[in-house]
Every structure is written in C-alpha cells, then in structure tokens.
Write a protein that binds this ligand. Structure first.
Ligand code: ZN
Ligand code: FE
Length: 253
C-alpha cells in the first residue's frame, strides 16, 4: 500500500458520494454525479483529472460526466454496454486499468444492475463499490438475481481484510438499524451502530468501512452465520436463499 495515494470524499445530491483518488498531481474521479463540486475540488487542489470511472449507469452516478469530460478531456471508463455516457475506455471483469501511476482492477459485480463494476485499488488498499456493497448493506436488485448479487458481494468480501470500502451512498445508519433487527445480539454491530449514529449526528460521513468490518456486521455477508439463520428460521437453507430473504425484508423495512 502507498501512502501517497489519497482519497477525497465529495458529497453530492442528497446522499451520494463521489470520490477523487489522487497521487501527486494525477487524479481520477469515481461516479461523478455533480460536475461543479468535482471540478472545484480538483482545481483548488491543483490536480490533473485524467479519468472518470463509472460503477454503473444510474443518473445519480453519471450526471457529471459530460461536463467534466468537456472541461478536462478525461477518459471515461466503464463496462461496455452502451449505457454510460461518453464511455471511451471499456473494462471487463478482472481487467486492470492504469491511470498514470494509479492502478485499478475492475470487478464485475452484477445484481443492482447487470453491468455494475467495482474498482479495486490495491496500492491504495481501497475498493469503490458503487451501489453493489454498501456500508452495512447492499444495493437493491434492479437487474439481477439474489444469486448474482450474493456472488458479487462475495467477490468484494474476498479482498484483503483491511481494504477500505467506499460506496455510492450514505445509507449506513439505516442499513445498520435493519441489520440489528435481525442480528440483535451481535456486539460488534451494536458498537458500530452507535459509532455511526454519533458520526451522523455531527454530519460526518461514515465512509470508509473495511472488508473486515463488513464481514463482522453486514448481514448480507453473514448468510452463513448460525445466530442470524436461527433468527430467520432458515437453519437448513442455502446461503443464497438466506440472502434473498434478507433482501426481501430490507425492501420492506
Ligand atoms: Zn444505482
Ligand atoms: Fe445510486
């Protein structure tokens, strides 16, 4: 891991996060929904924005692309399915993407959308998960099955434990309230929720979490946990059936 790689969190819309990753004066933005806030930060920091990485095509993740591309000429990188505006650099599962000195690996993580990507930056010990894995939760299944999403989340969970997770929205407190409703005796979860509630009461982001924290407290990664299964009355079910039930319950929470 290189300490010279920095991640800046730039809030946008009501609860979206855009991320600027930089090393020296080279910068990359992930999921820009609002061009003005991104360009303002990049200018003030004296950064040269070389690439725009898109996790998926939803408007709240691509809204700023056109203006940023116009003003900086940055490459637009994403999955090749024609839904990301101005996309000129296509990446597929496990493909490496180098932007000057900063390297990413794309992970195809379908479920929220069929073409959703996460971007893993090993040198920065960080993964950018969009609306696939959230802190304490996961995205809704708009274009995929529970089985696809479960496998997608497992892919992210398989990264090194200390990997920091930067997701697309500030949904953590609500996610952890749901988690606690089905995993009430999990002490790490109780502690995490009180920590997150304190951050939110001061208006601070709850991002990043880590792979380890998610494994310990995110119910969607804990489908094998005996206490959680007992709570659902699903001791004999498959992981994917447990996941599907959790997702159904969260949709109604
Ligand atoms: Zn989305
Ligand atoms: Fe979103």
């Amino acid at each position: 891991m290189r300490d010279s790689i920095q991640v800046e969190i730039i809030p946008a819309c009501s609860d979206n996060y855009q991320y600027v990753i930089s090393e020296n004066d080279c910068a990359v933005v992930i999921d820009p929904s609002d061009a003005a806030t991104v360009l303002k930060y990049v200018d003030a920091a004296g950064l040269d924005l070389r690439a725009i990485l898109c996790t998926h095509h939803h408007q709240d993740h691509v809204g700023g692309i056109e203006q940023i591309k116009d003003q900086t000429g940055a490459d637009v990188c994403g999955f090749r399915d024609g839904r990301i505006p101005q996309c000129n650099r296509f990446v597929a599962d496990r493909q490496k993407l180098a932007v000057h000195s900063i390297s990413f690996e794309a992970l195809h993580v379908p479920g929220h959308t069929s073409s959703h990507l996460a971007f893993y930056c090993a040198d920065g010990a960080s993964v950018f998960t969009g609306d696939a894995l959230f802190a304490g939760g996961c995205g809704r299944l708009f274009e995929g099955t529970a089985e696809q999403m479960w496998h997608s989340l497992q892919k992210i969970a398989a990264l090194p434990e200390q990997t920091r997770i930067y997701c697309g929205h500030e949904y953590t407190e609500e996610n952890l309230c749901f988690a606690l409703s089905i995993d009430p005796d999990n002490m790490l979860l109780q502690a995490r929720l009180s920590n997150v509630a304190a951050l939110r009461s001061r208006g601070h982001p709850t991002i990043p979490s880590t792979v380890q924290q998610e494994q310990q407290t995110n119910p969607f990664l804990r489908t094998g946990d005996a206490a959680l299964r007992a709570r659902l009355g699903m001791e004999q079910s498959t992981d994917i059936d447990v996941f599907a039930e959790l997702r159904r319950r969260k949709d109604r929470f």
